[in-house]
Design a protein around this ligand. Structure first.
Ligand code: CUA
Length: 334
């Protein structure tokens, strides 16, 4: 290939680079480039430094390439060439990568530091998240699912494990990812600072529904969080209308309570998500649907079609009015 064509090919490498720079516009609620807390901000800084370094290296390398192919095409003394190879090819990368490693390791202790009191235990199930809040001194957890809420401005300890397969918890706007391994409890602490809504997802391929394993994250003002947690600890309210009562009877007759708990009722299953305050959550089926009538009916009747290999059977024998009543009951669980 003639040198000029080689250079053209090399120069086209600028487009992916521009693409990466444009990604800087990727704000949003699931973006490591839009940090909402201390840990994510540290990672973002590392990213910026590495990106800047990569740009400098890219420019330097292409500058040298240009220089030696277009400007100075003469021969090198062997000693001179060896110096360049050892200096730029061995010493420089060793120093740069070593410094990055030291810096990266230096921020790890804070991300594993003990929390300020609140502990949230998250268990990755197939394919959803069991979430248990342990406020300081609690004897029993406040159980929820598929949504993690944090008080802003304090460091919260996450204790992470999994039931059957290895998963990984990742809230890009709040911090790095940590594997969730059966039989092991990994600890990650996060300090979210910006109140708001963020999206998290499973970051390790775990099976057929890996891509359908997401969750909502809410960072709240500390007093609003305390009020919310108190509400979550309360039992479910009894069904108010006739439709909701019929829905509760269907829930009982179809045996839903064998897998799902609704505190304040006789339903105490622990295989599936706790539904006590289902309607207060921002999503259904782990971040993929909404807690509203149509989606609830759709989900109950077509679980396996919507989320392959999910444990919950599809209740496709229920009539539309039965599904609607069931959904009405679930919608009343605020
Ligand atoms: Cu759970 Cu991927």
């Amino acid at each position: 290939m003639p040198i000029s064509r080689k250079f053209t090919t090399c120069a086209t490498g600028i487009w992916p680079l521009l693409g990466i720079l444009l990604l800087g516009g990727c704000a949003g609620r699931q973006s490591a480039l839009a940090p909402g807390g201390e840990d994510a901000a540290q990672l973002y800084l590392i990213f910026l430094v590495m990106l800047g370094g990569a740009v400098v290296l890219w420019l330097g390398l292409n500058g040298l390439f240009l220089y030696f192919t277009q400007v100075n095409r003469g021969h090198f003394a062997r000693r001179h060439a060896n110096r360049i190879i050892i200096g730029a090819g061995v010493l420089l990368p060793t120093v740069v990568v070593g410094a990055l490693l030291a810096w990266g390791l230096s921020i790890m202790p804070s991300q594993r530091a003990p929390g300020d009191g609140l502990v949230i235990r998250v268990t990755a199930e197939e394919w959803w998240w069991r979430v248990e809040y342990w406020p300081p001194g609690a004897q029993a957890p406040i159980v929820s699912a598929n949504e993690i809420r944090f008080p802003a401005g304090s460091r919260t300890e996450l204790q992470l494990t999994a039931r059957t397969y290895i998963h990984s918890l990742w809230i890009p706007s709040l911090g790095g990812k940590t594997d969730m391994i059966p039989g092991r409890r990994n600890v990650m602490t996060l300090q979210p600072d910006l109140e708001g809504f963020y999206r998290g997802q499973c970051a390790e391929f775990c099976g057929a529904s890996h891509a359908l394993m997401a969750f909502e994250t809410v960072v709240m003002a500390p007093d609003a969080f305390a009020t919310w947690l108190e509400e979550q600890a309360a039992p479910a309210s009894a069904p108010q209308g006739a439709v909701e009562s019929r829905g509760q009877a269907i829930f009982r007759d179809e045996g839903c309570g064998a897998c799902h708990a609704i505190r304040g009722t006789a339903f105490a299953g622990s295989v599936g998500p706790d539904l006590t305050h289902l309607a207060s959550r921002m999503s259904l089926a782990a971040g993929i649907m909404e807690v509203e009538r149509e989606d609830l009916m759709d989900w109950i009747a077509h679980t396996g079609d919507i989320k392959p290999e999910v444990a919950m059977p599809a209740y496709d024998w229920l009539e539309a009015d039965e599904l609607s009543a069931l959904a009405a009951y679930l919608e009343s669980l605020e």
